[in-house]
Write a protein that binds this ligand. Structure first.
Ligand code: URA
Ligand code: SF4
Length: 219
């Protein structure tokens, strides 16, 4: 038999194979920076891990980093992040009391001229990346979890979950937190007219007010 040559292993499809021995948040963040569990690591500049206080009562989950987040290495720092900050402020919540992260930790994009256009991550990519989010949840143990957009909602609530039907409600889930889903701020930015965007923002604020009330009630 020919002597086995070492070939690079085909990527397995779970981020869990990259977990550090001790699963603290800083160790997980460092480990995620080296993750290659799905093909997106090649396209993005860097892993964008979650950010915020360890004792945050609130956790916000988006879909994936965008162009600005990919460059900065931090979640929700671009246009969608500014809209989110504004919606949080209108709902009397503060970004400082929230841990903010994404379902998928690398930016998936296609070139359109000089721009990098966001494309939706596949179910496989979401599944491969999910262990990072599960670890963030386990370590943070937020009292309220807000899933923004269908990708984040379906990643944690299953692919049968319908955002349009259940947005703004607290939904049943096996997670040890009050869980609700709302629209993604980036979707509001993509709406065709100013009036549509205003309506989208108002609806996001209304959903976040429900969250603010629950937190005040000691959720
Ligand atoms: N959209 C997201 O889902 N997450 C970000 O961090 C930025 C934009
Ligand atoms: Fe790993 Fe997630 Fe990046 Fe894929 S998107 S390489 S699973 S960190």
């Amino acid at each position: 038999m020919a002597h086995a040559t070492r070939v690079s292993r085909a990527p397995l499809d779970s981020a869990a194979q990259y977990f550090p021995a001790r699963r603290t948040l800083p160790a997980l963040r460092r480990a995620a920076a080296r993750c290659r569990a799905c093909p997106l690591w090649e396209r993005g500049t860097q892993t964008v891990f979650g950010e915020g206080p360890l004792d945050a009562p609130l956790m916000l989950v988006g879909e994936q980093p965008g162009d600005a987040e990919d460059r900065a290495g931090r979640p929700f720092v671009g246009p969608a992040g500014r809209l989110l900050d504004r919606a949080l402020a209108e709902a009397r919540l503060s970004r400082d009391e929230a841990y903010v992260t994404n379902a998928v930790k690398h930016f998936k994009w296609v070139a359109r001229g000089k721009r990098r256009l966001h494309t939706k991550p596949s179910a496989r990519e979401v599944g491969a990346c999910l262990p990072w989010l599960e670890q963030e949840l386990e370590l943070l143990r937020p009292r309220v979890l807000v899933l923004m957009g269908a990708t984040a909602a379906q990643a944690l609530l299953g692919r049968a979950f319908r955002l349009t039907r259940h947005r703004g409600e607290f939904v049943d889930s096996p997670l040890d937190a009050l869980v609700t889903a709302t629209v993604h701020p980036a979707a509001i930015l993509r709406a065709p007219t100013d009036a549509d965007r205003r309506r989208g923002l108002d609806a996001l604020v209304a959903d976040l007010r429900v969250v603010a009330a629950a937190l005040r009630d000691g959720a």
